[in-house]
Every structure is written in C-alpha cells, then in structure tokens.
Ligand binder design. Structure first.
Ligand code: AMP
Length: 632
C-alpha cells in the first residue's frame, strides 16, 4: 500500500518511537539501544540510549564485504588538475593510517582534533579517522582568517591540529599554514601538534621544530597498523562545528553519534533518494555543515560514491559541474542558489551539451531560492529541483519535499513541507500562539528535536537553552530564528531571519561579528553592519561607520583609503567572505533613545524600503546621514 507523505509525517510525530526504531535499522549497531529516546531533562534529548555504534564503521567498514572495490570517494581538483579515486577498501586503508597517526600523537576518545584544510581527500580521511577513534573533530572553513580560527581553537582546545601548506582558489594559492601560525600566536594555547599535508604549493612554508609534523612522513611510519573502531554510546559527541549568531562569539554546535548516523541514513532514503552504488555530488565545502553531512557522512553511510571537488564553478569553464556530473554519472546533486545564479548568467550551452540523464533530482539549500533561478534550473536540467531548508544546528533538512516517500508537486519559492520528525509550528511573536494560514510566524520546533540535530552548545549547556529555547517565555520551543508562512495547501515559505544574522552566498554571518571586526580598525569609533539584497549572493554586508578622527576622512581620497584599510581589517579578522560591499562614513548612527542601533531601519533604507516605525529614534538627522551616504 502506498503511503502519502502526510501519513508518513504524522506517524513520525504520533508514533515517534516506532518510527525511529525502524529508521535505526538503516545503520549498524555494535550493541542495540535499550530506549529510543530519553527526555527527562528538556530540551536535552538523548536518542537511541545505550546503543553503541561508530560513524566511521558505518561509513566504511560495513561496506567492505559487499562493495570493497566500488569507488567511495572521487577527488577532482580543477585547481591542481588532479583526479584521484579511492575505493571503499582504499579509503579504509587511508583512514586507518590517519587514525594511527592521530593515535600515535595521543588522540583518543573525547579528544578534539581541529581540521583547517582545503578540499583534499586528506581532510576527509582526518574527519573519518577522528570518528574511528571516538575523537571529536572540529572542522574550520579554510576561508576564515586567523582571528576567527583562533576563537575556534580556544573553544575546541584541540590536542592536534591538521592543516595543509595551502589551498587553491581560482588559480591563486591560498596559504593556510601562516594563518594557522598566526592564530596559534593569538590563542596563547600551549603548543599543539600540527600535522601538515604538504602539497608543495608553498615552498617557503615555515615549520616550528618539535610541533609541526609532516603527514606523508607519519603516514609511512604508521603504514600497516591496525586501528580498531572505538564504539561510542549513541549520545557521545562526534563533532563540533561552529556557527555565527547574534553575538561576536560563534557557537560550537555539538552533534551526537547514533542519532546523527540514523538521521543521515534516513534522509538519504526518504529525501535525497540516494541508493547504495549511486553517486552524489555536493558542491559545498567540508568547512560547512552541508559538507559534513552530504559530502562526507551521508553518502558514505549509504554505500554511495561521493565526489569531492576542489575548484570554482566557472573554471576551466562554466560547464565544469555539469561535466563532472556527466562523466561520473551523478545521481544526486546538492548545491546552493548562489552557485546556480552564477551559472545562470552563462551560455545555456554549458548545460545543454552535457548528458545529465543520470540525475534523479537536484537539491538546493543554504539560502532563499528565488523563483526565477528555481524555474531556470528546472527547465535547463529537466529534472525536479528541490529547494530545502535547514541549518547548521539541525544537520539535515527541516523543510523539504521527500520524493523517496511521495513525489509531491514542487511550488517555486517554497521548500515544501516539514520534514518527518520535526513537530514544526509557525508561532506568533506576540504570544507564541499558532499563526493562521498565510500569516507570518516564527518557524519553531516543539522539542525534542529529532535525531541528528545539535545536542547542545559545546561546553555551554546554558547557552544552548538560552539561545535556542528562550524566544517565548510561555513555551519551551526551539526557534530557528526564521520567519515563515504556510499557505492553504500546507506549503511553507521562508521570509528571512528574525535576528541580526545575514546570509551571504549561503554562508551565515553575524552582523555583530562583522561590526567587531570593523571596529578593530584604529580609526573606527562606532559601526552598524546590515545585510542588503544582492542579485548574486542573496545578501551582502554593508557598513556605516563613525570615524574617531574625522581629519582622516576629510577628502574623497582619504575616505577611500580608510575604507580600503577597514576592508583589509575585516579580511584579516574574519576572512574575505565577511568583507562588506562598502563602508560609508557618517558622523552618527541611528539609535533608539536607549542607545540600541536601529539596524532594521538602516537596512530598509539601504534596500530602498520604508524605514518603518521611527518613534523611538533619538535623532532623525542620523537617518538623513544614512540616506545621504547611499545617495537616496
Ligand atoms: P546555515 O546554518 O549557515 O546553513 O544557515 C541557516 C540559515 O540559512 C537558515 O536559518 C535560513 O535563514 C537560511 N536558509 C537555509 N536554507 C534555506 C532555504 N532553502 N530557504 C531560505 N532560507 C534558507
């Protein structure tokens, strides 16, 4: 009997234990769990209590019997013109060797290993090696600058750091090791062991005697060692990944082991429709959650081949993604709206000349998908394009269509329905009551969060509760910090964030973080950063700053020079991804009488909209300055 998605969803909520017990059969357990869910201390949820499992075992070892010679990982770099493939048995060997290296450096269960690496196979060996040992990895996106990296090192306190001499982007060498050295200076942490994959891209790389070790040398030393899997209780942590919020300090999202493995395996079946032997191409980076879940763990747990791509979408030409998809018979593709918008500007021939008949679907997430882009890609590919919505915190989709259960019609502009397992509500901001049809509300989840979602903030349970579960004083609910509406047919639409977080090309940035970086320039007294609409990247930060010494910005030339310096400061503090589109100098910022920045009004003006309620504005002249600065 065929089941509708609505029935499937209902069962996941109403008959939760039975539903997740079935899903849990999709992975291997070393010891069966005794209880599906322990929820005695809301909102902290422990899934599959007492069960023992391991992510690396599920991603590699369990496939060795049936698919040892199948490709597990295909690495393609258009930056270094390299292609390398690893079968499941080869991946097993590489990961075991990396685990032996880490073990040799004293890494064991519960220890942290920070991974600051470009998109190379060794980065994935490192993640899986940590999982094998029961160690906790903390991958930091390679685009983050020294100060951001230092914050994450301080928070994770890793025993070992793994890095590479350099990465490459659009033909340019990006040095990683000097940034790491700088970050380690900033942290003041005791000397860590740093293991470096030397790609030969930076001949001048400096090494610190005794601390810095060469991966290739260590790999030879540990070549034939066996490293058995360390079985973890389901709730024990697998990794930390940091994400931005409204404060300057990023939060370490902590993930468990068993719940995550089950959630990913289930999502591959019900949402992504990936089967063992299929190939998945996810165009993200391992530094982001999409990379963790859908470049590394989910495809491997499901016995698929995963494509790891180091390169940009338009080099050597804008057909490169589609060429990879054709050459490797990609069945499931996962990308971002910004990536597709970049390609939409190119000659359609770049798509049409490739045979993409192996595709089942294309999934896009990370930021709002505009209708024209959704429409364009659907026409160009001739296969369903599925917009789905999720967050670093959840690790897998919150809103999606689930074609593995039922092919529900796609509505452009909507990520469809609540994913199974999420008791999703749209709540009125005023009193946490449920919003009606077509009425805007906060997208919220009644806890417990389903398996796979964050279990706490690393080292800070209180921050977990305070940040995510305290939006409403009358109701314990998880807030996504997104506004949404639901239409009469039950389709959801995401309307943007409720907080001061912005989304640049699918990457989440806190405006507060950027403000702190701008303010670290010696001539900046005050600054407001807002996100403004951008045709390509969705949003871009824009800064309005008050200079300490106005003489330094008295002419157009000196202003331009100061702006350049400020932008360089942001690059150095956070990385180029956070660089504002421009910095406008003003002599005061619009604030309320109690001194709160009116970011929303600034943002509205910058986007040519009405600035809204200004009754609390202290000095109207401040808004005139913003208008003047942006020429409106
Ligand atoms: P991140 O944790 O960096 O992936 O950012 C998550 C945020 O990105 C969400 O809270 C949304 O604001 C936004 N987002 C992710 N996917 C979508 C989508 N499909 N549509 C609209 N916004 C999205």
């Amino acid at each position: 009997m065929t089941q509708t998605y609505a029935e499937f969803y209902r069962r996941s909520i109403d008959d939760r234990d039975a539903f997740w017990t079935e899903q849990a059969e999709l992975i291997d357990w070393h010891k069966p769990f005794e209880k599906v869910l322990a929820y005695a201390n809301p909102p902290f949820a422990n899934w599959f209590v007492g069960g023992q499992t391991n992510l690396c075992h599920n991603a590699i070892d369990r496939h060795l019997g049936s698919r040892a010679d199948q490709n597990a990982l295909v690495y393609i770099s258009t930056e270094t013109d390299t292609e390398r493939t690893y079968s499941y048995s080869e991946l097993h060997r590489e990961v075991t060797r990396c685990a032996a290296i880490l073990r040799g450096l004293g890494v064991g269960k519960g220890d942290r290993v920070l991974i600051y690496m470009p998109m190379i196979p060794e980065a994935i060996f490192a993640m899986l090696a940590c999982a094998r040992l029961g160690a906790i990895h903390c991958v930091v996106f390679g685009g983050f600058a020294a100060a951001s990296l230092a914050l994450r090192i301080d928070d994770a306190r890793p025993k070992v750091i793994m890095t590479a001499d350099a990465g490459m982007r659009a033909g340019k060498v990006i040095r990683y090791k000097p940034l790491l050295d700088e970050a380690l200076q900033l942290t003041g942490s005791p000397a860590q062991n740093v293991v470096i994959v030397d790609r030969g891209l930076d001949e001048g790389m400096l090494r610190t005697e005794g601390r810095d070790l060469d991966y290739a040398t260590l790999a030879r030393q540990h070549d034939s060692e066996d490293v058995p899997v360390t079985w973890l209780e389901s709730s024990e942590p697998s990794y930390i990944v940091h994400t931005s919020g409204t404060t300057g300090k990023p939060k370490g999202v902590q993930r468990d082991t068993g719940g995550y493995a089950v959630a990913l395996a289930a999502s591959m079946r019900h949402i992504y429709c990936g089967s063992p032997g299929d190939t998945m191409f996810t165009t993200s980076d391992i530094g982001w959650i999409v990379g963790h879940s859908y470049i590394v763990y989910a495809p491997l747990i499901c016995g698929m081949t995963t494509i790891v791509y180091e390169g940009v979408p338009i080099r050597p030409d804008p057909g490169i993604w589609w060429k990879i998809a054709q050459d490797h018979n990609v069945n499931v593709m996962f990308s971002s709206p910004t990536g597709i918008r970049v390609l939409k500007k190119q000659d359609p021939e770049y798509i049409s000349k490739h045979d993409l008949s192996s595709f089942k679907h294309i999934f896009l997430a990370g930021e709002p998908l505009d209708k024209p882009t959704h429409n364009w890609l659907t026409d160009a590919i001739g296969k369903p394009v599925i917009d789905h919505y999720w967050q670093t915190e959840t690790g897998w989709p919150i809103l999606t269509s689930a074609p593995g259960v039922e092919q529900t019609p796609i509505k452009f502009g909507s990520p469809s329905f609540a994913a199974y397992g999420y008791d999703l509500k749209l709540l009125r901001e005023s009193d946490a009551s449920e919003a009606g049809v077509n009425e805007k509300g906060v997208v919220a989840v009644i806890p417990p969060l389903p398996p796979g979602c964050m279990t706490t903030v690393w080292g800070d349970d209180e921050r977990f509760v305070k940040t995510y579960f305290s939006t409403f004083s009358t109701k314990l609910v998880y807030s996504t910090f997104d506004w949404g509406i639901r239409d009469e047919e039950g389709y959801y639409f995401i309307l943007g964030r409720t907080d001061d977080v912005i989304n640049v090309a699918g990457h989440r940035l806190g405006t507060r973080e950027i403000e702190e970086a701008v303010q670290s320039h010696s001539n900046i007294a005050e600054v407001a950063v807002v996100g403004v609409e951008d045709q390509l990247k969705g949003q871009m930060p824009l800064a309005f700053a008050v200079a300490k010494n106005a003489d330094l910005i008295s002419t157009d030339e000196s202003k331009a020079a100061q702006e350049k310096e400020v932008l360089a400061t942001v690059d150095a503090q956070l990385g180029a991804i956070a660089r504002p589109r421009s910095v406008h100098f003003v002599s005061m910022l619009p604030k309320t009488r109690s001194g709160k920045l009116l970011r929303r009004s600034i943002q509205a003006l910058a986007e040519g909209r009405d600035p809204g309620d200004l009754s609390t504005l202290e000095d109207p002249a401040a808004l005139d300055q913003i208008r003047l600065a942006i020429g409106r």
